[in-house]
Design a protein around this ligand. Structure first.
Ligand code: FRU
Length: 500
């Protein structure tokens, strides 16, 4: 069989632009039944280029409709990453005829200034939409924040702070995060900064996000800061670290117990994902209070090879939308990421097994019963301390994607070194992604989300996540599981075909 690029690699349910290049998710907000997603986009080529904000909408964050480009570059520069908020009370004054304005803030990247050797080529600008986010009118007084002489000064993320009743904005400045506040979304005052001597500093800080979250099962509120960094990730290249702490309206202070946890880690960082392909992710604005969820999406690639992955028509996909929750176990704060429940609305055929003894290699399923390019899998392994296991996805060509848990070093791992096309970049398959298990639960619960070119692994209820992309020569057809040295019991496994 010969496959077209569309057949083989166009994801079934991960957002990807119809054509052209895509990187970071931008400006996500919810309004009147629609989830909006903007994205760094170069529509005229399949590698990074003059940045636009592409646009897509969805009623459930699973099936997306691509809309016309929302923001175009202009004489002030490319439109880099940023955020958007729904200005319900018209604090900006941009409303007309009672229409609620949507305000976007982005970074202008002035290529000419950069080429001329200047360092002040990034500044922050705003634009507003009076047609439900379809088109944006750039503010006449842009930029709203001039460059203070910092080379990397970008990716503003706004949030309404209902505790201190003001707009907040965080942006990345070199290897720090700067905090700003505003009453009208136009005039911004710098309040503080964060990052010196804390966290991972193997690369430039980018695409921050900052929001309060309730600790599960309590009324305690903590503030969470996400910081993407490139390079310097745990498995090479791009990755996103996080910090948990408190915010007094001006300054973010890391929680002492979180700081303690950080100091025990290699690279002094804790990551939202230990796979290689979840970068620059941020959360949605204006999710209704009644819903109460914090919703996240990331770019499913890595700057080490993003421009070279083997698709020509389009490049890159987003992760599935995920909820973000904050958990406190003993004195440790941890973020949990889980796929949104809306995915389960697409469930079709189901296959279930219980108490399977795994000795050597056991076939779980082949694509005749459930298409493994669009599936959601739940598994449970009792008493993990007695088991090392490897799941393998394979096809007739012998391409193999392997992932599992190694009891000898307590690591979860994900190995795409033989998963198909890898030669397009020496960085793509040059290392195995690994992370130590942190959960103290004797039993392991795992969720696996499979699409044609991606796997998203959620271990221990989303406490450890691994997301990676792959490019098999033909679709994976078989899922099997292997024990390493001794047999063990696969408590249960449930496989759902997703009809998307
Ligand atoms: C992150 C990033 C951002 C920047 C954008 C440019 O991937 O480098 O910092 O705004 O991409 O496309």
């Amino acid at each position: 069989t010969t496959y077209s690029e569309e057949d083989l690699y166009r994801p079934n349910f991960h957002f990807t632009p119809k054509k052209g290049w895509m990187n970071d998710p931008n400006g996500m907000f919810y309004k009147d039944g629609f989830y909006h997603l903007y994205f760094q986009h170069y529509p005229n080529g399949n590698t990074w280029g003059p940045m636009h904000w592409g646009h897509a909408i969805s009623t459930d964050m699973v099936t997306w409709k691509e809309m016309p480009i929302a923001i175009y570059p202009d004489e002030k520069g490319y439109i880099f990453s940023g955020s958007a908020v729904v200005d319900i009370n018209n604090s900006s004054g941009f409303s007309k005829d009672g229409i609620v304005p949507i305000i976007a803030m982005f970074t202008y990247h002035d290529m000419d200034a950069e080429k001329a050797g200047k360092t002040n080529y990034q500044s922050q600008a705003i634009a507003y939409s009076l047609d439900e986010g379809q088109t944006f009118i750039k503010y006449s007084e842009n930029p709203v924040i001039k460059n203070p002489g910092i080379r990397d000064f970008r990716d503003p993320k706004m949030v309404w702070d209902s505790i201190h009743e003001k707009w907040l904005m965080v942006l990345a400045a070199g290897q720090k995060i700067m905090f700003y506040s505003s009453q009208n979304l136009k005039d911004w005052k710098q309040e503080s900064d964060f990052g010196t001597g804390i966290g991972g500093h193997g690369g430039v800080w980018e695409c921050p996000d900052f929001f309060p979250l309730k600790v599960q099962g309590t009324n305690e509120v903590k503030w969470v800061l996400l910081v993407s960094i490139n390079p310097g990730g745990p498995n090479g290249g791009s990755a996103t670290q996080y910090f948990v702490g408190d915010f007094d309206g001006k300054q973010f202070k890391i929680d002492p117990s979180f700081k303690n946890d950080l100091n025990k880690k290699e690279n002094k960082s804790i990551w939202i994902d230990y796979g290689r392909d979840n970068y620059a992710g941020v959360t949605w604005a204006n999710i209704p209070d009644a819903d109460g969820r914090k919703l996240f999406m990331g770019w499913m690639s890595n700057w080490e090879y993003a421009n070279a992955v083997p698709t020509e028509t389009w490049r890159s996909a987003m992760t599935v939308a995920r909820t973000v929750e904050l958990q406190k176990v003993n004195s440790s704060y941890k973020l949990l990421f889980k796929p949104v429940k809306e995915l389960t609305n697409y469930r079709g055929t189901k296959l279930e097994m219980e108490s399977v003894t795994i000795n050597g290699s056991t076939k779980i399923i082949d694509s005749k019963s459930i298409n493994l390019s669009s599936a959601e899998i739940y598994f449970q392994i009792p008493d993990l301390k007695n088991s090392s296991f490897t799941f393998k996805l394979t096809n007739i060509q012998g391409d193999t994607l392997a992932f599992g848990y190694d009891n000898s070093n307590k690591n979860f791992f994900l190995d795409r070194s033989k998963s198909g096309k890898t030669e397009f970049s020496e960085k793509f398959a040059n290392r195995l992604s690994m992370v130590k298990r942190t959960s103290l639960n004797p039993d392991l619960f795992g969720t696996i989300i499979l699409d044609k070119t991606s796997i998203e692994l959620f271990f221990d209820n989303g406490e450890t996540v691994m997301t990676e992309i792959f490019f098999p020569n033909s679709p994976f057809e078989k899922l099997s599981i292997e024990s390493k040295d001794q047999e063990f019991t696969l408590g249960s496994i449930e496989i759902h075909k997703l009809n998307i």
